[in-house]
Design a binder for this molecule. Structure first.
Ligand code: DGY
Length: 314
C-alpha cells in the first residue's frame, strides 16, 4: 500500500479518486502544526507527496524521506522545491504547466489594463460615494493600451500567451529573454526593451539568476510614463527598489499579483499608492484552471507511482 501526503484540499474530486486507482493510504495535513514540521514528521514512509507552492521542500525534508518517489507540486512554479537535491535522491519532481497559462495571462493582462485605465480608483470613487462631478473632459485620464509598446521579459508559455493578448489589443510587442525563441515577435536587448516599453511585463521563472532581476538600476531605465507589471513571482522584482522608484516617480505605476513575501504585510507602502494595482496571487485562480491543475497534479503523482512517465516533470 502506498502512503501519500497531501498538504491541501484541491478543487475537483481528483485527490479522493486516488484511492480508486491505487491501493493508497492518504494522509491530509490537518493544520495543527506548521506544515514544514508536519512533512518532516510524516515523510519517512511516504511514497509520494502532493504539495502547493506554500510548502518549502528543502534538503531537511528530502533527507527524512526513505521511500519517496515523487513530489507532485500543484503549481507551475517550483522555486519552493530543491529540485536538484530531490533528483539526486532519485525523487521525481512534477508540476502543472500549460493548464494555467491562459488564466494567468488573462489576469496579468487584466491588471495591466486596470492600472493604466484607473479602473480600481474609479470603482472606489463610486463605492465611497465620491462621484460628485459631472462628466468632465479631464476627469481621471489614464493611459491607453492599444497602440502602445509592451515589452515582455521572458518568452515561455506565459510570455507567449501575454503576447497573443497584446496582439489582439493592437499593441507593438517586443521581448527579451536569455535565449531567443522561435516566435514571430521582435527580440530586443534588455536595455532597449526597458527604455522603449510603455508596459514592462515580467514573465520569468524565479531561480537564482532571476532573483531581484528587476532592481533600481533597471527600473530607472524605464520611461517615466511606463508601468511595471508582474504576475509570475514576486522575488523577481526587488520590491524595496520598486517602492523607491515609485516614490521618486521614475515610472507611472505598477500592477502586481505576486510579492516578495506573501501575504503582503499590512504596512507595505505599495498598499497606499493609488498608481499601484495589487491582487493576491490570483493568476491561476479560476475554478476551471484550479480543477485542471488538480487533475494534472494527481495524474503526475499516480503515473510516477505506477512506474510511468508523468505528464510533466522537472
Ligand atoms: C504557480 O502555479 O506557480 C502559480 O503561481 C499559481 O498560480
Amino acid at each position: 500500500m502506498y502512503r501519500i501526503l497531501v498538504t491541501r484540499e484541491l478543487p475537483g474530486n481528483y485527490v479522493n479518486e486516488i484511492k480508486n486507482k491505487i491501493d493508497a493510504n492518504i494522509l491530509f495535513y490537518d493544520n495543527k502544526i506548521n506544515v514544514h514540521q508536519w512533512l518532516i514528521d510524516n515523510i519517512e514512509d511516504a511514497d509520494g507527496i502532493l504539495i502547493t507552492l506554500n510548502e518549502k521542500i528543502d534538503k531537511e525534508i528530502i533527507d527524512k524521506a526513505r521511500k519517496l518517489k515523487v513530489i507532485s507540486t500543484y503549481s507551475v512554479g517550483y522555486d519552493h522545491i530543491d529540485v536538484d537535491y530531490a533528483k539526486s535522491k532519485n525523487v521525481t519532481v512534477t508540476n502543472t504547466p500549460e493548464v494555467l497559462t491562459d488564466a494567468t495571462a488573462d489576469l496579468i493582462f487584466g491588471i495591466m489594463i486596470t492600472v493604466s485605465r484607473r479602473i480600481i480608483e474609479g470603482n472606489e470613487i463610486i463605492k465611497n460615494n465620491q462621484w460628485e462631478s459631472q462628466w468632465n473632459p479631464y476627469y481621471m485620464l489614464g493611459s491607453e493600451i492599444h497602440g502602445k509598446t509592451i515589452g515582455i521579459i521572458g518568452m515561455g508559455r506565459i510570455g507567449n500567451a501575454i503576447a497573443k493578448r497584446a496582439n489582439g489589443f493592437d499593441m507593438k510587442i517586443i521581448y527579451y529573454s536569455k535565449h531567443r525563441h522561435d516566435v514571430n515577435i521582435d527580440y530586443v536587448d534588455l536595455n532597449y526593451l526597458l527604455k522603449n516599453s510603455d508596459f514592462v511585463v515580467i514573465a520569468l521563472d524565479l531561480n537564482n539568476e532571476t532573483y531581484h532581476f528587476m532592481d533600481y538600476g533597471k527600473i530607472k531605465l524605464m520611461k517615466n510614463n511606463s508601468y511595471l507589471i508582474n504576475g509570475t513571482r514576486g522575488k523577481i522584482i526587488n520590491e524595496n527598489d520598486l517602492i523607491r522608484a515609485l516614490n521618486e516617480k521614475i515610472i507611472e505605476g505598477a500592477a502586481l499579483d505576486v510579492f516578495e513575501n506573501e501575504p503582503l504585510s499590512h504596512d507595505n507602502p505599495l498598499i497606499k499608492m493609488k498608481n499601484v494595482v495589487l491582487t493576491p496571487h490570483l493568476g491561476s485562480a479560476t475554478l476551471e484552471t484550479r480543477s485542471k491543475m488538480a487533475e494534472v497534479a494527481v495524474k503526475n503523482l499516480l503515473n510516477v507511482l505506477n512506474g510511468n512517465e508523468p505528464l510533466y516533470k522537472l
